[in-house]
Design a protein around this ligand. Structure first.
Ligand SMILES: Nc1ncnc2c1ncn2[C@@H]1O[C@H](COP(=O)(O)OP(=O)(O)O)[C@@H](O)[C@H]1O
Ligand SMILES: CCCC(=O)OP(=O)(O)O
Length: 359
């Protein structure tokens, strides 16, 4: 029995679409949305109809018939907190990401697009390892303010996929190991997997600065900035999420550009690069105390893990903790497809989010 899956992964500037027959990717396409394309839309979610149409055109262009899909898989966005793994898409999930998302992100539209196609196909739509996966244990949630809790929210899909793939390749049982998985892309998340769960993590609002994000900042200075320069919440959020890190200091989000600057003798670029590597290492070290330092492996993944200069700089600082292993790039489309294949093959179960969404 073969399963044919359509996989949909919307990002801020692209929508990735792929078709799989079992584990074989038939094709993948990244539809680019230029700033001009996105300009007419006031809010990110307003792009839903446009992106849905483009996904439909995409699989039709590749000659795929909707009736042949056995499942449609969506990147899970910022729905209410969920556990790792698969969820069936339902109206409650779609509405929560539409009307009450934990934060704004293009992935919030994925479930609605998937459900639209799944209805046409007469099959189910699923999410897998959503951004909203939160398996953080109690003690790690506590902050010094009663009304502010820490939470698990980040690049869970790629962090978990790196661990699953690394353990498969090395014949390890992830349930026996403590593994630090660090996604280093446009944003950075540092996650600690223990007994197969992400028990603690540091995401883009608390952790290292990254190519485009500010990372954690001194709270009192953030208060000044909100009152004095960015009284508008959306503008402040955009500033932290899209205009931080390399972008703020060096005017690019591309690590390869930064490396060229360094090669050309730019000492400021070198300082900022070193500071990012230091910040990544420091946040890795921070989580090690959760398991009394007993870390088995540190996995570096995401686009920036292709950089020898960066991975070496991090390894120099954290190599004493545990062996550093590289799983460069992100295989989000594979991870989404393979996760749902495990469900269809009876190896994992899909859960459902239940609730009533007030619009
Ligand atoms: N071969 C490479 N060498 C160095 N940096 C790279 C390489 N490929 C991608 N990157 C960097 O990785 C970052 C993007 O990572 P990626 O995981 O693709 O991002 P996203 O989180 O947006 O999916 C960019 O800063 C990019 O310059
Ligand atoms: C940290 C939440 C997920 C996220 O921001 O993803 P991208 O870095 O891919 O935008």
């Amino acid at each position: 029995m073969f399963y044919k899956l359509l996989v949909i992964n919307p990002g801020s500037t692209s929508t990735k679409v792929a078709v799989y027959v079992d584990k074989e990717q038939q094709w993948v396409e990244s539809i680019t949305h230029s700033p001009e394309d996105l300009k007419p839309f006031k809010d990110v979610y307003d792009q839903l109809d446009m992106r849905t149409e483009m996904v439909t055109e995409c699989y039709e262009k590749h000659g795929d018939k909707v009736a042949d899909f056995d499942a449609v898989v969506a990147r899970g966005g910022l729905m209410p907190p969920v556990h790792a793994g698969a969820y069936e898409v339902n109206q409650y999930m779609i509405d929560m990401m539409h009307y009450h998302p934990q934060n704004v992100h293009a992935s919030n539209m994925a479930a609605a697009i998937a459900e639209h196609v799944a209805e046409l196909a007469g099959c189910k739509a699923y999410t897998y390892d959503a951004v909203a996966v939160d398996e953080m244990e109690g003690i790690y949630r506590i902050t010094g303010l009663k009304e502010i809790e820490r939470y698990g929210r980040g690049h869970n899909l790629n962090m978990r996929a790196a661990v699953i793939n690394f353990c498969e390749q090395n014949n390890l049982d992830m349930k026996d190991k403590n593994i630090m998985s660090v996604h280093m892309g446009g944003g950075i998340s540092v996650g600690l997997l223990s007994k197969g769960k992400i028990i603690d993590m540091i995401s883009d609002d608390e952790g290292p600065f990254s190519p485009e994000r500010s990372g954690g900042l001194p709270a009192f200075r953030v208060i000044d900035l909100c009152y004095d320069e960015y009284p508008n919440k959306k503008a402040m959020m955009d500033h932290l999420k899209n205009e931080g890190g390399f972008m703020a200091h060096l005017g690019t989000t591309d690590l390869r550009d930064v490396e060229k600057m360094i090669d050309n003798g730019d000492e400021h670029a070198e300082l900022i690069f070193d500071a990012m590597a230091l910040n990544i290492a420091k946040n890795i070290a921070k989580l090690t105390v959760d398991v009394n330092g007993k870390i088995d492996y540190i996995l570096l993944t995401g686009g920036m893990a292709f950089s020898d200069r960066l991975t070496k700089a991090i390894e120099e600082r954290v190599g004493w903790i545990a062996p550093v292993k590289l799983m460069p790039g992100e295989k989000e489309m594979d991870s989404l497809a393979f996760g749902i294949l495990r469900v269809l093959n009876g190896k994992e179960e899909a859960d459902r989010l239940e609730g009533v969404c007030e619009k």
